[in-house]
Design a protein around this ligand. Structure first.
Ligand code: FE2
Length: 263
């Protein structure tokens, strides 16, 4: 097994490596984001990196956008790109949510502030020994890397060849876990919820704060100190977000239902 059992949330004494929280796919879910924020503060996190999809699907896009403005880094996700340009590969439900989200931005008194922030989001960011993207190093905004891709040697080889350092952190698929060069995909439970970097490059999917899709409805995020990654799951008030989705009268009820199943 790669890595080893590492103690979740361990933080070194002052002067040790900085501890970052890496979040992705918040999707306008404030109840989930509040719970994650409380959790990461309790772990002594010193900075927050966000891999995109702050908006889309969920009921409170203005609140999650406002929070993302304060993070050290926020990247462009495919939902932000679709809001700015055109939703090319969106299904009907995602498209309805996108149009509703754009209406919320446009009806706000701070409309120009929201669009200006979205319009300046970067597609990638390099920090220490890590590359941060929403999707993959090959197509930073749109390409999915999912567990079955670990059987696709050609795709994984090309993706790993584009990772300049030890780590690449991604979101987008909403399925957390670690992909290692030529050895496959490891969900957090197999890693005992922690991962220690060794020789191989690691592509780490941090999961989704606001719409997990691995069968666990709890919000997902990771902490990272430069060499170790810890996966965290946080319970939140799913019903609050479901009620807010239904109260819009526009967002499809399916988007509320799926939250309780983590699908
Ligand atoms: Fe997403």
């Amino acid at each position: 097994m790669p890595g080893g059992a590492v103690r979740p949330g361990a933080v070194g004494p002052t002067g040790q490596l900085m501890l970052w929280a890496i979040l992705s796919d918040i999707h306008s879910n404030v109840a989930a984001l509040d719970a994650v924020t409380r959790d990461l503060e309790s772990r002594g996190v010193e900075g927050i990196l966000c891999l995109g999809d702050v908006i889309g699907y969920g009921p409170e896009p203005l609140v999650t956008l406002r929070r993302a403005m304060d993070y050290q880094v926020t990247l462009l996700g495919n939902h932000e790109e679709a809001a700015l340009y055109y939703p090319e590969d969106f299904n009907d439900r995602a498209r309805i949510a996108l149009e509703w989200t754009k209406d919320q931005l446009n009806c706000s008194e701070q409309a120009s502030q929201w669009w200006d922030f979205l319009g300046h989001l970067p597609k990638h960011h390099e920090l220490e020994n890590a590359l941060l993207v929403h999707g993959s190093p090959r197509d930073p905004v749109r390409e999915y890397v999912v567990p079955r891709d670990s059987l696709n040697a050609e795709k994984m080889e090309e993706i790993f060849s584009l990772i300049p350092g030890d780590f690449c952190f991604v979101g987008h698929s909403h399925v957390p876990g670690v992909y290692l060069e030529s050895t496959g995909f490891f969900p957090p439970a197999k890693l005992k919820h922690g991962f220690q970097h060794s020789q191989k490059k690691a592509l780490v999917n941090v999961g989704s704060v606001g719409q997990p899709r691995d069968g666990d409805p709890r919000a997902s995020y990771v902490t990272w100190d430069g060499s170790r990654v810890w996966f965290h799951r946080v319970e939140y008030d799913v019903q609050r977000t479901q009620r807010k989705i239904l109260d819009t009268g526009v967002l499809p009820p399916y988007l509320a239902n799926r939250l309780q199943h983590g699908r």
